[in-house]
Design a protein around this ligand. Structure first.
Ligand SMILES: Nc1ncnc2c1ncn2[C@@H]1O[C@H](COP(=O)(O)OP(=O)(O)OP(=O)(O)O)[C@@H](O)[C@H]1O
Length: 236
């Protein structure tokens, strides 16, 4: 359970959300979506209560349904339009352009005609990121979007998302386990552990002192000569 959380995520930033398994990353994203009731306190998302107006929010959940093996990639994206999940709505020209733009933004247009049942985990993953990007949301909440991607594709998607933040002024909150995949792309890090969180730039948060305080146990943060961050501790 998350507690004593008081933070404000600046708009137009790419924020990496990190922490060990079970720390509360998914819980935090679901609370922002209005999918979980708060026991205490309050959250404002784009100035509103969570869940009040989702039109400007794109969300890629962690638990991704394996349904729809016979649907194509295009069908998957179309099914999310007009709030229609698996039905296939009539699409306006603007809807079709929005789908194509979302596919292009993650280099997934070649997957539009492929059936979901034939795609690799990483290919489906790219389509789901595209689905969350439909309509150019102001806020994008991505729960482990880089899981199942190979290192080259991981970096490619991270850089594409980083470019969208810069081009559109979009705010991205992206949970991940490999901090190095988002290095140079993130503006800030939110690190969650033991129900507490710290938000700041990489150099403020990813330090031996800051993480040891969050974990309540000695944690060592090192940088390799090539700039990779390594976090190690018996407690992890
Ligand atoms: N629906 C639920 N009911 C009860 N407890 C839950 C529920 N969902 C998650 N939890 C618990 O809340 C805690 C935080 O889980 P959460 O999924 O937010 O962690 P996470 O940081 O996203 O972890 P991971 O890196 O493993 O995905 C865990 O202890 C988990 O068991």
């Amino acid at each position: 359970m998350l507690s004593d959380l008081s933070l404000s995520i600046p708009t137009g930033q790419f924020v990496g959300l990190f922490g060990p398994n079970g720390a509360g990353k998914t819980t935090f994203l679901r609370a922002l979506m209005g999918l979980l009731p708060l026991q205490q306190g309050q959250i404002r998302v784009l100035g509103q209560s969570p869940g009040a107006d989702m039109s400007d929010i794109g969300y890629m959940p962690q638990n991704r349904s394996a349904n729809g093996a016979s649907l194509t990639g295009w069908d998957l994206l179309a099914s999310g339009m007009s709030g229609n999940r698996w039905g296939l709505p009539w699409l306006s020209r603007a809807d079709r352009l929005a789908i194509q733009e979302a596919l292009d933004s993650v280099d997934a247009s070649d997957l539009a005609t492929r059936r979901l049942g034939e795609l690799s985990g990483g290919e489906r993953q790219r389509l789901l990121i595209a689905q969350a990007l439909i309509g150019s949301p102001r806020l994008l909440l991505l729960d482990e979007p880089l899981a199942s991607l190979d290192p080259v594709r991981m970096r490619d998607i991270a850089e594409r998302l980083g470019a969208l933040v810069k081009q559109r002024g979009m705010t991205v909150l992206c949970s991940a386990h490999d901090i190095n995949a988002l290095m140079g792309v993130m503006d800030s890090v939110m690190y969650v552990a033991r129900g507490h969180a710290r938000l700041g730039n990489v150099d403020e948060v990813m330090t031996t002192e800051a993480l040891s305080a969050l974990y309540g146990a000695p944690v060592e943060v090192c940088r390799t000569p090539s700039g990779r961050l390594l976090v190690s501790a018996d407690a992890l």
